[in-house]
Ligand binder design. Sequence first.
Ligand code: TEU
Ligand code: CA
Length: 540
Amino acid sequence: MAQWWKDRVVYQIYPRSFQDSNGDGIGDIPGIISRLEELSKLGVGILWLSPVYCSPDADNGYDISDYKDIDPKFGTLADMDRLFQEAKRRDIRIIMDLVINHTSDEHEWFRKSRRREEPYANYYIWKPAKNGGGPPNNWTSFFMGSVWEWDERRGEYYLHLFDKKQPDLNWRNPRVMAEVKEIMRFWLTRGAAGFRCDVINVLYKASFADGKRRAAVCGLEHYKSQERNHEILREFRRDVLDDFDCFTVGECAFVDVEEARRLCDPKARELDMLIYFNHLEVDRRVARYMPKPFSAKRLLGVLTEWQTELDWNAVYLENHDQPRIVSHYGDDKRYWARSAKMLATLELTLRGTPFIYEGQELGMTNAGFKSIGELDDVESHNIDDLMHSFCIPKFLRLKWILLASRDNARTPVQWSAEENAGFTTGKPWLPVTANYRTINYAAQDNDEDSVLNYYRKLIALRAGNDILKYGAFTPLFANRRVMAYKRELNGEALTVMLSFSKQKARVPYRGSIVTDNYGRTAFDGILQPYEAVVIKESRQ
Ligand code: TEU
Ligand code: CA
């Protein structure tokens, strides 16, 4: 069924790195407003804002201390209202980040919970010490170490799946449910068009028994996608979301297709679509930090599973937790522009709602960090400590972490060749990547052949093409370096061929060109390095 959130392309803004308006080095809401024209010109129809609520920033806003106010570093509620209005004028809708697995330890609820002050005493997951002072179980955090932190004041441990400054809410407490519903209504009434729901499949902890040892995250089986978690999502729909014209996209940790089918079942409507990770991990061992060689065949395998098993899903290649795609599956040196455009073709010819991350449309690259000291991200520092404790040598730690660090995608958007890339007149909170003098918006805006204009062209192509939007997906062919797939609707088909390699490759398909990143007008069956070709099948 057609829906506005299927027709449109989403653009993710990481507010602190998007555009600074007042010289404090931190991007802000007035900065976003000042760039709406650029976003409109790109052709995006929905913005997802990473958290702009009050936060002490232990995890850059994913630790919220007040859900109903804007952090002063980003502006005011009045600025946010103006952003809703200004976006609406340009037919752009906005979804907010809903982070409800945990709050900040500086949230008023937690400060009172610690003191056992009612009604907050049971808003979080508190447990007494076990066997003479030890933690309640062996679970490990997504950000390394135990999930349990001892609280002197309360004399109990509290649970945190992420940083210790992110205590998990207690989803057994009906008051927590009521609070969150109110927060959702607050933003939907103000103008939000839905939510990106942070780690939404781990809310409900069904038991606190020890986890299986040797799991990447120990304890997962006790809280991932529990029955009650599904019910909670249906309750959000019934009691809140159904009253508004909105959609949800849930970020789901360690999710597989089977679980995803259930979460996105159009009948149950727990989520409208979800964010999974497997397609970005085909060249990684144990999650993200240990590399192995890339294979286009493996990538097509993962994509095929997700494209065909779900009726609809989110499609993305970058976000604020991942390295830049051109530095990951592309080539950020000789074939920088070619490979950035090839990856654009991949994203915009898959079935689903595309999510483009700020700077992706410019082909922004990894940051080129040289030392751990340059990194801001809590996860990078924790993983470094953990690897250190396993005696992994420094040069390897450095290599792996600098390549995969979340900060690679968090450097300021490169708007121009001016100082600090036109992002700020002050000192940016995270340094601008050195290549901003050549890779920037101003240089690409009027260059017909730029990565930016290629994105504009493809977004427009998708908008006017029902095969690309709603056509069925069928894999055709893949090897280590190239892949081909087909999109088909009402007897019409488009074939997409992509090269992930510096070498030429022969493919067995022919037809008239719909789009191509080499600008050619006829296809001879040979893919050039990092070429992307979309053809309309010739009927023979
Ligand atoms: O990320 C959730 C998540 O699963 C992360 O552990 C992610 O897999 C990891 O960062 C990849 O290295 C969400 C947010 O997107 C992230 O920014 C937050 O730090 C996290 O939740 C906690 O709120
Ligand atoms: Ca600012």
